[in-house]
Design a protein around this ligand. Structure first.
Ligand code: LMR
Length: 394
């Protein structure tokens, strides 16, 4: 039987991680996978998370199951973090999931249960695993233009033109903030225009928000999602705690569904419970508990927000330094978009040959489409990267 298994395509981000680990050069630079690193190249446990972990170790008396859709305290805290009070909490169905990927998967599975013929419109480009999960589920995808490779900005006219092909019941996958892989994001008026199209066409928005707090701030980064939530009847949301709480390996995420009324919410909630039970039964609790402890304790929360702000500002500063260095070396503003982009990633617009040469000749690892993880840079490596880009003709 097993010999009948199909070969599976590998994931280009995880491939890159493997290649980086196998590279013996001490000068190598990792700008691949989206994991935050501080100036010493370390991915720290955030202070408030560590404090919550200590408290949990003291106080937790049982490891028995919690609830099929996760601890209600976690679900409430996350619904408030992402949505604030833009819609009544009573209309939001929620289920805790293993990481943001689990949240995306449950949301797409829910789409499949509700409307097996739904098509999902995805930005070109998008996170490769979105496409992979959709392919795995057999859901048809339609790409909409998103990124202007010439300017490094959103190709908004192209996006609107492509969304014109939406049919009632189609799903539009949007990145809540810090678009992965490009770093180019919609403005609020653009969100508003997209909402108008989706509502006119009878399409359902699905928002993947995995980097809240990494772009312009916790509230600012949720503004697009909140606008959609209060303007559309039904909204699917997948949120991740991996990055903004730095709890990658704890696998903590949540699927949220904004529903039209109580009856629809009850039906959606029971479907989310069903999906959790079929897929992995009870979701992991440790990371979720840390998140709710941090969000519900004023002093832990203040410390978390302050550390998150430092992380965000550090990435902004790295962006400015890289854009400045490239400006100095090339004498042009061609890479000025790096300072305008937000979040962890920027797509530099380099050719696959240049990306390959940066890796083989300079030990600089970025995803094949020239996406860099800005947090992988330091003040010391920025001049090295900029010089290598210029030398390789990037
Ligand atoms: C990334 O895009 O690098 C992250 O979201 C990590 C992952 O799982 O791909």
């Amino acid at each position: 039987m097993l010999s009948q298994l199909p070969e599976q395509p590998t994931d280009k981000i995880l491939d890159l991680m493997r290649m980086y680990r196998a590279d013996a050069r001490t000068s190598k630079i990792d700008l691949g996978v989206g994991v935050y690193k501080d100036a010493s190249g370390h991915t720290p446990v955030m202070r408030a998370v560590k404090a919550a972990e200590k408290q949990l170790w003291e106080e937790e008396t049982s490891k028995s199951y919690v609830a099929l859709t996760g601890d209600p305290a976690f679900c409430d805290a996350m619904a408030t973090l992402v949505l604030d009070d833009c819609v009544p909490r009573s209309t939001v169905a929620t289920c805790a999931t293993p990481g943001g990927t689990g949240a995306v998967r449950q949301a797409f599975d829910l789409v499949l249960l509700a409307n097996p013929s739904a098509r999902v419109f995805v930005s070109d480009p998008t996170w490769p695993n979105h496409l992979s999960i959709l392919r795995h589920l057999g859901i048809e995808t339609i790409a909409y233009r998103y990124f202007d490779t010439e300017t490094g900005a959103v190709d908004f006219n192209g996006m609107l033109a492509d969304l014109d092909a939406l049919r009632p019941g189609d799903v539009v996958l949007l990145h809540g903030c810090c678009h992965n892989p490009t770093g180019a994001n919609l403005t609020l008026p653009e969100w508003q225009a997209v909402i108008k199209v989706m509502n006119a066409k009878g399409a359902i928005p699905m928002i993947d928000i995995a980097y809240q707090g990494f772009g312009d701030g916790l509230e600012e980064d949720a503004a697009g999602t909140r606008l959609v939530a209060k303007s559309c009847d039904e909204v699917l949301i997948a949120a991740s705690c991996s990055k903004n709480f730095g709890i990658y390996r704890e696998r903590t995420g949540i699927t949220m569904v904004v529903c039209q009324d109580d009856a629809q919410k009850a039906l959606t909630q029971s479907n989310l419970s069903h999906l959790n039970r079929q897929t992995y039964s009870f979701p992991p609790d440790h990371g979720a508990r840390l998140v709710s402890m941090v969000l519900n304790d004023a002093s832990l929360r203040a410390d978390w927000q302050s550390e998150l702000e430092d992380v965000r500002k550090g990435m902004l500063s790295l962006r400015e330094q890289l854009a400045g260095e490239l400006q100095r070396l090339t004498g042009s503003d061609r890479f000025g978009f790096i300072a305008q982009h937000r979040g962890m990633f920027s797509r530099l617009g380099l050719s696959p040959q240049v990306v390959e040469s940066l890796r083989t000749d300079h030990g600089i690892y970025m995803v094949g489409d020239s996406r860099i993880n800005v947090a992988g840079l330091t003040a010391d490596t920025i001049p090295i990267l900029a010089k290598a880009i210029v030398e390789t003709g990037g």
